[in-house]
Design a protein around this ligand. Structure first.
Ligand SMILES: Cc1cc2nc3c(=O)[nH]c(=O)nc-3n(C[C@H](O)[C@H](O)[C@H](O)COP(=O)(O)O)c2cc1C
Length: 454
């Protein structure tokens, strides 16, 4: 035999092997999709119109897979859900559902998947009537494309222009980023009131140890809030203001993790965040907050990682920055003003709300120092339970509407951090009153109004 037939044989074998690998990968993917589908189908009575609607728009199957995973973990958490292709729905059906979770990918050059092309052309060219609909949106994309999450963003804008209200800010997933997907699970847990525990993408944790814990509000009428600091053990992590710490709960890996906004910078050499001790209806402490604020001893190791949270990163220092928050939300804002220390910057205005000035002026000395040094250029605080004050943080926006509009005209970016219930809707309404709903929508679309609310 000459060398040529042997080479041909090798080549043919390689092609067969490659085809086998492709077939196995496709088969395994279909299997996992099918098992998620079967799992959900087993949990959701077919056609249950009261079940929470999960709609997807998918080109190559990832959005669909995540829709089934979303539905099955909601069902496991006691919230029945049904999965429907977005392209099979009409606006009237969306409105009738009252609440919808949408998982949508982008394909082509910022386009929607083929299965929604009719939906886009038929309905999305003008606002529909979606008043009363609340929605959550998980947008899949890839930052290597020029129009990142183009379809998800267009869908978000159309839903809001049609009068629908977001349950929380759009979660954007860059190239299947597990951190962003876990953030989606976390937010679902917040809005449904049921922890969405199923571990779709377990994080790879690093080792840290608790080095400091300070009670921020002794005597407060509200729950005790603590500032915690952790030092890395044997690694040098990097992050930027706006990023999130995920901390593994003690016990088996299945016990889950919690997310906290990082309040410090890598130059501090430690991750700091603020935790409020939660109390369950029977008076016992919350699982994670009880452990972090009471049981975890100084020096003890924990599993933690810092993950990027692009949707809450800040603008360059020359851009004026308006920071708005309440309670433990101060943590998510703190790294942003501290990142401006020692630099000439475009201004940083903090508006913060809590209960009483006597007990809840979180980090009071530090805020005064930041103001004196120019890290912060303006500080306004509202204390809702102080006699003679009684304001929530959104009142500060209302009372300073003209100045706020002037900052926005100078190109300011607004970052809001704190509670989803109450604060975030109140701040949103106050911004709309001060700037106009269209302007607020435009700020949100152009990344100049960002929220990290929980
Ligand atoms: C041909 C093609 C074009 C894409 N175009 C974009 C794009 O313009 N913007 C973007 O953010 N992602 C783009 N993506 C990335 C997809 O949105 C991403 O891979 C997503 O996870 C796919 O989800 P799906 O399987 O549900 O369609 C593109 C992917 C492919 C294969």
């Amino acid at each position: 035999m000459t060398a040529d037939p042997i080479r041909w044989l090798w080549a043919a074998a390689a092609v067969v092997l490659w085809m086998l690998i492709v077939a196995v990968v496709a088969w395994r993917r279909e299997q996992s999709r099918r098992s998620a589908r079967e799992q959900a189908a087993a949990l959701v009575p077919a056609g249950d119109a009261n079940a929470l609607l999960v709609a997807f728009a998918s080109q190559t199957g990832q959005a669909e897979e995540l829709a089934w995973m979303t539905a099955s973990s909601l069902s496991e958490a006691g919230v029945p859900a049904r999965v429907v292709p977005l392209g099979d729905l009409e606006p009237a059906q969306l409105r009738a559902a009252g609440r919808v979770l949408i998982i949508a990918s982008t394909t082509g050059e910022g386009d929607g998947p083929d299965a929604v092309s009719w939906f886009s052309r038929q309905y999305m060219t003008a606002p529909a009537d979606l008043a009363g609909l609340s929605f959550a949106l998980l947008a899949l994309g890839d930052r290597t494309y020029a129009d990142f999450c183009g379809f998800g963003r267009a869908l978000d804008s159309w839903l809001q222009r049609s009068g629908a209200t977001p349950l929380f800010d759009r979660v954007e997933v860059d190239n299947s980023d597990p951190g962003a997907i876990r953030h989606w699970q976390h937010q679902l847990g917040v809005v449904t009131g049921h922890a969405v525990q199923a571990d779709w993408t377990p994080p790879a944790f690093d080792r840290w140890r608790l080095v400091h814990r300070k009670h921020l509000n002794p005597g407060s009428p509200g729950g005790a809030a603590w500032l915690l600091a952790f030092e890395p053990v044997g690694h040098t992590p990097d992050w930027v203001a706006g990023d999130i710490a995920e901390i593994g709960l003690p016990g088996a890996p299945s016990s889950g993790s919690r997310e906290y906004s990082v309040a410090s910078l890598p130059s501090d050499g430690r991750v700091e965040f603020i935790v409020r001790l939660m109390t369950r209806p029977d008076g016992s402490p919350g699982l994670a907050s009880g452990w972090l604020t009471r049981d975890l001893a100084l020096g003890e190791p924990v599993d933690m990682r810092v993950r990027t949270n692009r949707s809450f990163h800040g603008p360059p220092p020359e851009t004026p920055l308006i920071l708005v928050g309440n309670g433990t939300g101060l943590a998510g804002l703190r790294a942003h003003w501290r990142a401006r220390a020692g630099a000439a910057h475009g201004g940083a205005w903090l508006m913060f709300g809590e209960r009483t000035s006597a007990h809840d002026a979180f980090l009071d000395a530090e805020l005064r120092t930041a103001l004196a040094s120019g890290e912060l250029t303006r500080l306004d605080r509202a204390f809702s339970r102080d006699p003679g004050d009684g304001r929530y943080v959104q009142k500060l926006i209302e009372q300073n509407a003209d100045e706020l509009a002037a900052w926005i005209d100078r190109g300011a970016v607004i970052l809001v951090c704190g509670s989803l219930e109450g604060m975030s809707a109140g701040v949103h309404a106050a911004l709309e009153a001060a700037l106009g709903a269209e302007r607020v929508l435009e700020l949100s679309e152009t990344g100049r109004y960002r929220r990290d609310v929980y």
